[in-house]
Design a protein around this ligand. Structure first.
Ligand code: OAD
Length: 236
């Protein structure tokens, strides 16, 4: 079986990383204005403010640990490979918790917080400390040219061709911990349906696209995801 998964902030919520738009009003984009922090224009206008926002998130990420949902998805990757299947794990998350749980192949369509991109030489550097205007690119040696390696509003997500190619070959599409409100990821379920692929949603509550899914499971990711993985592997 070829399984295509897209994960969102809900999968990392129980690891202490915030979500963006939870209904209780605690989401990151309720407390902070994305137009001031997550656009190329905002970075050009006020790079210090944008760096400060991502620096705080990077520090938080380094302290965080993967949860049972991340570990279950890593287990699923191994189990599918052993059964001549495969898992395509696409995440909208910029954290590295899937990798730290053991997932081997993760497509970060919105980039990675622990990397910095040099806007002068285009090299992407691993980055674990605060970023600012004085930091130097390890490749070209320039200062003031590094930005977080994340996709901002108005920018193209990464690896989109590879993502749609994998979706086209999948037998099952699953969305986990995402409100399904940001495109193109929110559109994957429509593509899956058009291709006749079975669809499943696992989330705390019905997402914006809930009615598009053949199967819906609601609960905490740390409980609902391991249960789903166990049931899927037993059914194969
Ligand atoms: P959202 O914050 O929009 O949605 C998170 C979803 O996770 C919500 O539907 C919650 O109900 C659910 N959730 C919360 N806690 C959960 C838990 N413990 N278990 C299971 N589900 C839980 O986050 P995303 O859909 O990931 O993009 O947001 C998509 C994109 O919007 C992000 O990648 C980011 C943001 O703007 C960029 O920054 C480019």
């Amino acid at each position: 079986m070829r399984v295509f998964l897209v994960t969102g902030a809900g999968v990392s919520a129980e690891s202490g990383l915030g979500t963006f738009r939870d209904k209780d009003g605690t989401g990151i984009w309720t407390r902070f204005d994305p137009m001031k922090l997550a656009t190329p224009e905002a970075f050009a206008r006020n790079p210090q403010e944008v760096h400060a926002f991502y620096n705080a998130r990077r520090r938080n990420l380094i302290k965080a640990k993967p949860n049972a949902a991340h570990f279950a998805l890593a287990r699923l990757e191994t189990a599918l490979a052993e059964r001549a299947g495969n898992l395509t794990l696409v995440t909208q998350n910029i954290d590295d918790l899937h990798e730290r749980a053991g997932s081997e192949r993760v497509i970060h369509m919105h980039g990675e917080l622990l990397k910095a991109h040099c806007t002068a030489c285009e090299v992407v550097n691993p980055w674990r400390t605060d970023l600012g205007l004085r930091e130097r690119c390890a490749a070209c040696g320039r200062t003031g040219t590094l930005r977080p390696h994340v996709v901002w509003f108005g920018e193209m997500p990464f690896q989109i061709g590879e993502i749609y190619a994998a979706l086209n070959e999948a037998d099952l599409f699953v969305a986990i911990g995402t409100s399904s409100s940001v495109y193109p990821a929110a559109g994957f379920v429509y593509e899956a349906r058009a291709l006749g692929i079975r669809t499943c949603e696992i989330n705390l509550e019905p997402s914006d696209n809930a009615e598009q899914f053949d199967e819906r499971r609601y609960g905490l990711a740390s409980e609902a995801v391991p249960t789903w993985v166990d049931e899927l592997l037993t059914s194969m």
